[in-house]
Design a protein around this ligand. Structure first.
Ligand SMILES: [Zn+2]
Length: 240
């Protein structure tokens, strides 16, 4: 959670252009490539430190922009945390509970350190699986066991998830409702209502520049907004 769910300072809320809308950003890995093979698609979202700092500088003082981090990379602690704290920012970290302690990933101590520093911890599942294609044993691992492991580490309930690969359909959403999750982050892009159960996010890209930042943080054109809403509705009801 960012500090900014209360009233926005002077006119800041107006930047997004829709009363009360928020923009959720997703950060994956930052800085030098880790000592592990990257997962499919990860290369396109891994950002260098300079680009990451440019995003943080643009977000500072913008309480209507929220930062989330996926995958539990070691860079969450080593690179992101000190730079967030230096700017007075908080963020939500969506950790892969079954990957803790692997090369290039957060350890349990690292997760605890993030939580102690005022960051919130949520689940990105157990093993970075596509939640549309789980066996029943895997459902337990991804949506129950992963939460318990993270709760044991932080002492706090896990109430939010970030869907791996942004892959969901109505079955996934029904399972998440049953798991008593109170916020689900996707990767659908575009602004969100601040309290919605299902919230789109926009991922940082490896080649982002100032124009990208300005576009993502700017008010959406109405036509684009409608297209995104339509795409989300399709995903929400897909699945037999
Ligand atoms: Zn992920």
């Amino acid at each position: 959670m960012r500090s900014g769910e209360g009233p926005a300072p002077n006119g800041v809320g107006a930047v997004v252009g829709r009363a009360g809308a928020v923009v959720n950003l997703t950060v994956h890995g930052i800085g030098p490539r880790p000592g592990r093979a990257l997962d499919p698609g990860e290369d396109g979202t891994w950002v260098d430190v300079d680009r990451f700092e440019r995003v943080l500088d643009a977000v500072a003082g913008r309480p209507e922009v929220r930062l989330t981090f996926d995958d539990g990379n070691a860079s969450d602690l080593e690179i992101a945390l000190p730079r967030l704290l230096a700017r007075g920012l908080t963020a939500e970290f969506y950790v892969l509970a079954g990957r803790l302690g692997e090369p290039g990933r957060l350890t349990a101590d690292g997760v605890r350190e993030l939580a102690k520093s005022g960051m919130s911890i949520g689940s990105h599942g157990w093993a970075h699986r596509d939640w549309r294609r789980l066996t029943s044993a895997q459902v337990g691992e991804e949506l129950v066991h992963a939460h318990r492991v993270l709760e044991d580490i932080t002492g706090e309930p896990v109430t939010r998830v970030a869907v791996p690969f942004g892959s969901y359909d109505r079955h996934v959403l029904r399972r998440l409702q049953r798991a008593a999750v109170d916020r689900v982050y996707t990767s659908d892009g575009g602004p969100s209502r601040p309290d919605a159960w299902l919230q789109p996010r926009t991922s940082l890209r490896h080649d982002l520049d100032d124009a990208w930042i300005a576009r993502v943080l700017a008010p959406p054109a109405p036509a684009l907004r409608l297209r995104r809403t339509a795409a989300r509705l399709v995903k929400r009801f897909r699945g037999r």
